[in-house]
Design a protein around this ligand. Structure first.
Ligand SMILES: Nc1nc2c(ncn2[C@@H]2O[C@H](COP(=O)(O)OP(=O)(O)OP(=O)(O)O)[C@@H](O)[C@H]2O)c(=O)[nH]1
Ligand SMILES: [Mg+2]
Length: 221
């Protein structure tokens, strides 16, 4: 999202301004599986040749960033933490300055960086991302949160570019009719994309990686 700052005298104008890496948000309620999705996405995106980095948001710790670093999936300097304070949506929507600064610093540190995944702190169904911060965003809910979540029509569920319904493996344990939950999610989103995943067993995550590549990298899986 950075524009080419200055072009020296005599330098030919570039055909298109350099915008830095594409920025993709991952939001959703506490514990729905945002970090699990991040961790699963990294190998799928690497397999597609994507040069990427990650920013995580936690309330007052660096817990999720440390967890992602421990996986060894990315060099530690490609995983930044933002402390969101008490209101996780403030730093992804009302005042995303901290996240924009973190993303800009990744752009500066890694020339050629193509994609920055930004995990929001766990929040409620009203949580949405500012388009000043991200180009495209995913909202993650989970089957164990209840099959009525899509019917509640929270802004996150309705407005996200992609809705992920995670923990599909748990549907029988929590008495959820999974096909109906997915159909109701599609209905409230008026047909915009909904994908089911089991991040525990890496089921459906390849389709999420394809959706990201197609949406922001102009690339097919
Ligand atoms: N059974 C099952 N468990 C999952 C799945 N995805 C994540 N989990 C578990 O759900 C719990 C929460 O996952 P996280 O990835 O930490 O969730 P989160 O949304 O990042 O949580 P916060 O950042 O605290 O809001 C962990 O114990 C995960 O192992 C899944 O698809 N199936
Ligand atoms: Mg998390």
């Amino acid at each position: 999202m950075m524009t080419q700052a200055s072009i020296g005298a005599g330098t030919p104008l570039a055909a298109a301004p350099w915008r830095g890496a594409a920025r993709v948000g991952i939001g959703g309620p506490v514990g729905s599986g945002k970090t699990a999705l991040l961790e699963r996405l990294i190998p799928h995106l690497h397999a597609r040749g994507v040069d990427l980095a990650v920013i995580t948001n936690d309330l007052v710790t660096h817990e999720d960033a440390e967890r992602v670093r421990r996986t060894g999936l990315l060099p530690v300097e490609r995983v930044l933490a933002v402390e969101a304070g008490a209101c996780p949506h403030t730093v992804i929507r009302e005042d995303p300055t901290l996240n924009i600064e973190a993303a800009d610093s990744l752009d500066r540190a890694f020339p050629g960086l193509e994609l920055i995944l930004i995990e929001s702190g766990g929040d409620n169904l009203a949580s949405t991302f500012s388009l000043d911060l991200v180009d495209w965003w995913i909202f993650v809910i989970d089957v164990a949160g209840g099959d009525d979540i899509p019917r509640k029509r929270g802004p996150g569920v309705i407005r996200a570019d992609l809705l992920v319904v995670n923990k599909v493996d748990l549907h029988a344990h929590v008495g959820v009719d999974l096909p109906r939950m997915l159909a109701e999610a599609s209905a409230v989103r008026e047909g915009r994309p909904v994908l089911g995943t089991n991040c525990r067993a890496d089921v459906g995550v390849d389709a999420v990686a394809d959706a990201i590549c197609a949406a922001v990298l102009n690339r097919r899986g």
